[in-house]
Design a protein around this ligand. Structure first.
Ligand code: 4NP
Length: 163
C-alpha cells in the first residue's frame, strides 16, 4: 500500500506565502518521485481573505517561474490537525498561532517552520510577509520557499525511503 503524507503550508492571509509554497510543492511533485504519495494544501491563521484567490503579485511571480497557481484562501482550524502529518508555518508568529490552537501535544508537534528546510536560512527562520511591500518581496519569497521545498522534498523522500 502506498503511504500518503499530507502537508499543509500556513501563513497569515493564505494569499501570498502559503499559496506560493503549495503551488511550488504541487508543481515539483508532478515530476519528482518521492516514493510516497504526497498531498498538499495551504491555509491562513487569519480570516481576512477567506474566499479570495492568491494575491496577483504572487500569481505573477509564479507565472514568471512557470509554476501554476490557483486556490481559494481559507482559515486553518483546530480540526485540520487531524488531516495533516506536517504543518509548515511561514514564520514564527504563525507557528505560535498554530501551536496555540493545537488540540494536544501530538498536534502541536506537527508544526514546524518551513525554513527549517532552507539550507540558506542562516538563522533567519521566517519567510517575510510580502503583502505591504513591492514585487521584489514576492521574488525573494519565491526563492526562499523554492529552496525550502527542495529541502522538504529531500526530507520526506529520505524519511519514507525503504518503508
Ligand atoms: P500572507 O500575506 O500571510 O503571505 O498571505 C498577507 C496577506 C494579507 C495580510 C497580511 C499578510 N493582511 O494583513 O491582510
Amino acid at each position: 500500500m502506498t503511504e500518503t503524507t499530507r502537508v499543509c503550508f500556513v501563513c497569515l492571509g493564505n494569499i501570498c506565502r502559503s499559496p506560493t509554497a503549495e503551488a511550488i510543492m504541487a508543481h515539483r511533485l508532478g515530476f519528482e518521485d518521492l516514493g510516497v504519495h504526497v498531498e498538499v494544501e495551504s491555509a491562513g491563521t487569519g480570516n481576512w481573505h477567506v474566499g479570495h484567490p492568491p494575491d496577483e503579485r504572487a500569481r505573477d511571480e509564479a507565472a514568471r517561474r512557470g509554476v501554476p497557481m490557483a486556490g481559494t484562501a481559507r482559515q486553518f482550524t483546530a480540526d485540520d490537525f487531524a488531516r495533516f502529518d506536517i504543518v509548515l508555518a511561514m514564520d514564527t508568529a504563525n507557528m505560535e498561532a498554530l501551536r496555540g490552537i493545537a488540540p494536544d501535544a501530538a498536534a502541536a508537534d506537527k508544526v514546524h517552520l518551513l525554513r527549517e528546510f532552507d539550507p540558506a536560512a542562516d538563522g533567519e527562520m521566517d519567510v517575510p510577509d510580502p503583502y505591504f511591500g513591492g514585487s521584489r518581496g514576492f521574488t525573494d519569497v519565491f526563492d526562499m520557499v523554492d529552496r525550502s521545498i527542495t529541502g522538504l522534498i529531500g526530507h520526506i523522500g529520505s524519511a519514507t525511503a525503504g518503508e
